[in-house]
Structure formats: structure tokens, C-alpha cells
Ligand binder design. Structure first.
Ligand code: ZN
Length: 388
């Protein structure tokens, strides 16, 4: 009889999330239909206002200027439990990569068991899940031992230049960070490691001349760059997870002019903090083949790697056991992409990333989330907050 009771008991937070699924979907719809591209601060501010309004009965909200970007939002939740010891930081972003008007060609819709639309997966659904997770804790009167703060940045998709400091300060004050970015794959694996991300700009300056009349006087910057590019691509160490990828190249003015200048934009990814020095050394070692050319290198790693620390491993083990109570076999993954979790992990705060929606197609027209994973992801967030 006891065994039967265990099997038929549904976790109360999961039961709540299932009951509220239509409301969660309606909120996701509202969020998706309020477009918020990074480069349009007024639109981002509209979304931030909408979010603050929807969180108004649950949290004390505060906005911070994002400078040239939209406002950043901080929500401190009012949750059950009389004593609060330490803080848990949940982290999200309001901006998307989709320009205003994308809804015309990519409207929000529910089809084939998924929700579709710009920013639904990255990461408006995750934000909606978190609000409902906090609502569940309040309505079911589940005591929470920590102060819970959600910070929503407005510039994540461009590397978080204006929110980075705010994120670091909040992380240093917190015992753990929960990042509401989407999970990995259609299983929704959490992210316990992310590569560090950076970019270098290499400029080669040569000497212009007429390609026919004065060929020998020219020092061809394109030619020089093409030899450098091969060298730079060779900095990749695939077995160590270090990748160096020339992604953009510009050079020359006309075909009958020997090119005086050529520039290249190069993406770099590193799994370990120590790899940053390896790249700095390599880029600093570039010298011209043609002595009449000069080489200028700028840039570097701007998001440090999120390494799988002991604290993050402990967080994942907790999440995995809580997910098992929901009937989910939760897995972990490493990502080549960065998030604000890179900053919080590098600040030394245990960080668990990828807790948002399960789906696919971030930054792509097929962006969508699985409807049947809405309830368990929402419940998992609530359980984590209650247990940390
Ligand atoms: Zn994102």
C-alpha cells in the first residue's frame, strides 16, 4: 500500500505547474509578443516594464540604467519563511537577437506540441517559468530559507558590456546562481561548463600602389593577411577545446590597386582560464612575412570560461535528485557558447546554467520550446529555490 501511495503521489509543485500550464503559456505569449531586440532600448524597456508589472504582486522591483542599452531589472521576491540567510541569484536577459517586426513573419504560435516565436527559447519562456515557480512557492506556502533575487540584463546578446559589473556584484553577494538560459538539446540538459568567448581584430597595413604601373612598389596587405590567417587558424587546439576561427575579413579598395589595408575578425573559445594566456602569447607572436607590412592586434577573451567547479558539481547533483522526484532524468552538458553564467562562475559563485526552457533553434527561424516540458522545468526551479 505504501509503495502504491508513493507511485501515485505527484509532487505538489509539479501538480501546481501542470494546473497553471495555460497561464504560463499565456504569459510566454505576452513576453514573446513584446519584441525586445538588444539594439532597440525603448523596446527592451517596454518588455522590462511588462515583466515588472507581472512580477509586481510577488516582488520588489528596481531598474538600473543600461546606458546605451535598455534598463536592467532586479526583482527581490517576497517568499514564505521567516528567517532569510544569504541570497540566491537567478539570472536572465530581456534582449533577443530578433529585430522589431520579426513577429510578422514568425508569429507566436502553438503547433505540433511546441510554442514558436522570436525569443521564446532564448529566453522568454525561462523568465515566465521563474515567475510561476515563485508564485507556486507562495501559493503552496513553501518556506524558502534564502533571499531570492532575479536579475534581468538587457545586453546579454552583445556580451553584456553594461550589465557585467552589476552581475558580478550580485554574484559575489550570492550563495548560488541559477541561470535561466535554455537547456541543451531536446532532453534539456543543464549546462555545468561553458567555454570562454572572445574576439581578436587583426589589422595588416601594407603600401598602396597601381597594380599595373607600379606593382613592385606595393606591399599587398591582402596577401600578407592571407598568410597570417593560415597561421592564426593554426592556433586552434581541438583536443584541448581551444578554437580560433577567422569569421570576417575586409581588405582592399579596387582590383587595380595593391591593397594598403586588410582586417580580420577572429572568434576564440577557451575551456579553461589558463588558455587565455596561451592565446595572448600566440597573437602577440605574429610578425609580418613581408617586412614592409605591419600587424596590429587588438581584443581578447571577454567572457571567461565557466569551469565545472566543485560548487557547480554539487549544485548539479542537487538539481538531479530534485528532478528525479519529478520523474525526470536530468543530465549535464558543456556548451561552446557563453552566457552571463560565465561571469558569475568566474567570480567563484557556484553556477548552474541551462535551467530555462527545453527546445531548440536559438537565434534561428525554427526557435521553439516543448510544451510538455513546461511544468517540470517550472517545478524544478521552485524546488531548487526551496532547497538551496
Ligand atoms: Zn540567452
Amino acid at each position: 500500500m505504501i509503495g502504491l501511495a508513493i507511485i501515485t503521489t505527484v509532487d505538489p509543485l509539479l501538480r501546481y505547474a501542470r494546473k497553471k500550464q495555460n497561464d504560463i503559456i499565456a504569459l510566454i505569449r505576452e513576453f514573446v509578443e513584446c519584441e525586445s531586440p538588444t539594439g532597440h532600448p525603448a523596446a527592451v524597456d517596454r518588455f522590462v516594464e511588462l515583466f515588472a508589472e507581472r512580477a509586481g504582486d510577488l516582488a520588489r522591483t528596481l531598474t538600473y540604467s543600461g546606458g546605451e542599452f535598455g534598463n536592467h531589472l532586479r526583482c527581490e521576491f517576497r517568499l514564505p519563511g521567516s528567517r532569510k540567510d544569504g541570497t540566491i541569484l537567478a539570472l536572465g536577459h530581456s534582449d533577443t537577437v530578433w529585430p522589431l517586426g520579426t513577429l510578422k513573419t514568425m508569429p507566436f504560435r502553438l503547433a505540433r506540441g511546441r510554442l514558436w516565436g522570436p525569443g521564446v527559447f532564448d529566453m522568454k519562456a525561462g523568465l515566465a517559468f521563474f515567475l510561476f515557480a515563485m508564485r507556486a512557492l507562495r501559493e503552496l506556502d513553501v518556506p524558502v530559507a534564502r533571499t531570492v533575487v532575479l536579475q534581468i540584463n538587457s545586453d546579454e546578446e552583445v556580451g553584456s558590456p553594461s550589465s557585467r559589473q552589476l552581475t558580478l556584484e550580485a554574484a559575489r553577494r550570492s550563495a548560488a546562481v541559477l541561470v535561466l538560459e535554455p537547456g541543451t538539446g531536446l532532453e534539456g540538459k543543464l549546462k555545468t561548463a561553458r567555454k570562454g568567448v572572445g574576439d581578436y581584430t587583426v589589422v595588416v597595413r601594407g603600401r598602396a600602389s597601381h597594380a599595373g604601373v607600379d606593382f613592385a612598389a606595393g606591399a599587398n596587405a591582402i596577401l600578407e593577411m592571407s598568410r597570417q590567417i593560415d597561421r592564426i587558424a593554426g592556433f586552434t587546439r581541438l583536443k584541448r577545446g581551444i578554437t580560433v576561427s577567422p569569421g570576417v575579413i575586409h581588405g582592399g579598395t579596387r582590383s587595380n590597386v595593391i591593397a594598403a589595408e586588410c582586417s580580420a575578425g577572429i572568434d576564440v573559445r577557451i575551456p579553461r582560464q589558463a588558455d587565455q594566456r596561451y592565446l595572448e602569447r600566440k597573437f602577440a607572436s605574429l610578425t609580418p612575412f613581408d617586412q614592409r607590412c605591419s600587424i596590429e592586434v587588438t581584443g581578447g577573451v571577454n567572457r571567461p570560461p565557466m569551469e565545472r567547479s566543485a560548487g557547480t558539481r554539487r549544485l548539479f547533483r542537487l538539481a538531479r535528485s530534485l528532478a528525479a522526484e519529478l520523474g525526470v532524468d536530468l543530465q549535464e552538458s558543456s556548451s561552446g557558447g557563453g552566457s552571463d553564467g560565465n561571469f558569475t562562475a568566474a567570480a567563484g559563485t557556484p553556477t548552474l546554467d541551462g535551467l530555462g526552457a527545453v527546445g531548440e533553434g536559438a537565434h534561428a527561424p525554427g526557435e521553439s520550446i516543448l510544451v510538455h516540458r513546461i511544468a517540470d522545468r517550472t517545478a524544478l526551479l521552485a524546488k531548487l529555490v526551496a532547497r538551496l
